[in-house]
Design a protein around this ligand. Sequence first.
Ligand SMILES: Nc1nc2c(ncn2[C@@H]2O[C@H](COP(=O)(O)OP(=O)(O)OP(=O)(O)O)[C@@H](O)[C@H]2O)c(=O)[nH]1
Ligand SMILES: [Mg+2]
Length: 303
Amino acid sequence: MTDPEMTRAGLVALVGFPNVGKSSLMNRLVDQKLSIVTPFAQTTRERVLGIDTRDGVQMVFVDTPGLVDPRYLLHRSMMHVALQVIADSDVVLLLVDASGGVPEFGEDVMELLDRAPKLVVVSNKVDVAPADRRERVREWSRGRFNVDPVEVSAVTGEGTERLRAEIAQRLPVSEFLYPEEDVSSQPVRFFVAELIRETVFELYSQEVPYSVATKVEEFREESSPLYIRAVVFVERPSQKAILVGSGGQAIKKLGQLARQKVEEFVGAPVYLDLWVKVLPRWRKDPVTLERLGFRLPDAKERT
Ligand SMILES: Nc1nc2c(ncn2[C@@H]2O[C@H](COP(=O)(O)OP(=O)(O)OP(=O)(O)O)[C@@H](O)[C@H]2O)c(=O)[nH]1
Ligand SMILES: [Mg+2]
């Protein structure tokens, strides 16, 4: 047994603009592919938990959707999740893409970040960032938050051990929050749905994936191969036609690639029964969003 007086544990939020590498860094820190990664912005839509327990320290990472100006009700849900996570965490990792520009956050976000008691600015993608850009992030971090950034690459792993040490020293002395062997508190169904959605990003042109939501509707663990029935929701019949493709070729490819990822994730053979359904305007409709499992801000915040 680990002595609870000697252990540290807490929630570690990963926040920042879309596409800065939040999900990639979480996967790197937990040594597992838990959160989906694509070259496109606004991939992550919900909070994704990744737990890492080693050397008497338990870090419960919370990957979040990018901080965006909401255009859809779905975006409001995404923003709400990110802000809530900042407020709830023990340590906040604010990620910046060192190969891009420095972010300008709105007042509401800045206020929350200023109040976040333990903020670590993380300059990511240093493997591809020129020296002058890295320097700009340093200046920005010192100017805005009065701290030096920790420079890392989620892709090569450079700097991540230092980051781990910076996180550990900021975590409160506490018993572990989850059993030591847990890697997430989310159900396998969630990860399966996410892997299907990631594959949609890989196979279809940029507009379609943003209209897609995925849900696992049946998961028969006792069958061999595992039987999983999942639905890919789109907003319009024309998108359904694109997803299915002529003679069902496209959906077949999607099913095959997604099945391989799911098999790797669950470590067992899988029968993936994939369906496409039209759910008109689901990104804008509170009822369908909630049915798909998105948490919405209170009605008064939705205006
Ligand atoms: N070269 C390089 N690319 C990276 C690094 N980290 C992430 N990327 C790439 O950046 C892109 C976005 O990565 P994600 O991890 O999906 O970014 P995110 O911040 O989670 O994005 P959203 O969920 O859309 O907000 C992907 O193509 C990654 O492979 C890094 O350290 N170096
Ligand atoms: Mg992400």
